[in-house]
Design a protein around this ligand. Sequence first.
Ligand SMILES: *Cc1c(COP(=O)(O)O)cnc(C)c1O
Length: 402
Amino acid sequence: MNKITIDDLAILGGKSLFSEFKSTSNLLKPDIEKFLTYSKVFYKQRQYTNNGPNVKLLEKRLAKFHHTEYCVTFSSGFWALALAAKVLSLQGKTEIIMPSLTYRRMTDMSAWLGLKPNFCEVDKHTLAMTPKTVAACINSNTALILGVHPIVNCCESDALVELAKSHGIPILFDSVESVYESTAEGKIGKFGDAECFSLHACKLFNGFGGGYLTTNHGDLATKLASMRTFGFVSRDSVEVPDGLNAKLNEMHACMALASLDDIELQVAANKARYITYKETLESVKGIRLLEFDQRFDSGFKNIVAEVQSDWPFTRDETVEILNAEKILARPHYAPPLHQKEMHYDFVPAHLPLTERLAKQYINLPCGQQVSSDDIVEIVNFLSFISKYASLLKEMMNKKVEI
Ligand SMILES: *Cc1c(COP(=O)(O)O)cnc(C)c1O
């Protein structure tokens, strides 16, 4: 590590620990030859989009991967979610239940749907919504439950589905962050009415961009396949309302297929990174790693840690100090959606636990560009700033005064 005294810290004008940013994006780089081999098929046929050969193959393989009957691909995870929610939401109802401690664009989706978010609390240990917190939000206006998995481990899919069923409310899962995971009841993908995933480059499966949905309901799959293609049901016939252009094109499907081919290798590399974090962070007092539940399948992609009360800096100070070193750590889902500045209407929410948790967790660099050596450097750096905490805090305050 290039730090000997506190003056070496980048936040105080020293040289940054890394010369290139270490981020929280996965940026999977599958074998380019595999990508090209898939690409030659569509190129030769000149079928670049509109349900081409690779899109069909990808849907087949993803359905198999998730142990579901159907898979429908989309141009993004967002459109998979938004279109599925449009079809599933109960007519005439006005609210969609979702956590506030989650992906920041979720409210854009409810705004597009014309539904008001009714934000539920999460569990303080798992950071996930639970049947109990969701039940507290169910009322006569509920149109849909959006079950969102946290970024480490899964929410209680089965129990949430049972709750939804008992109230006659549809449930759609945002399983973007649990794409590789399974639970005691089986592989993620088959729960509820449908589950949605992303193929964005920062996620576990990289299709440059894109998304997909898995389901065991044939009617839903057929309807969504039509909606993503303007609502066409046959060559010249548009019959399904609310259609738009949200198809996945062939090039994206080829990249996603190549990613899928390499996934076991990549997950093994993620696991090695996770274990390095786990072993090295044990010696850093005040930073607690959120652990993956190793009884089940896990993609080991995200590294999330709690900044505890005996850590000398606040979470935001920690992020600021790390970012200066080109360690692109991020506040974990902060601000929560109900505290975010936005123009959308939502059901007034009282979520003290979410508000507290949104200040306590940090996402640390992960993914295919972060090596074990980088992780050791990052953790050594955390030990270093902890050792010089009081002096550093004094200097940082002085900097603010100037
Ligand atoms: C990234 C993400 C999405 C959106 O996926 P896109 O393919 O980028 O539209 C949705 N939900 C969660 C939880 C995400 O992390």
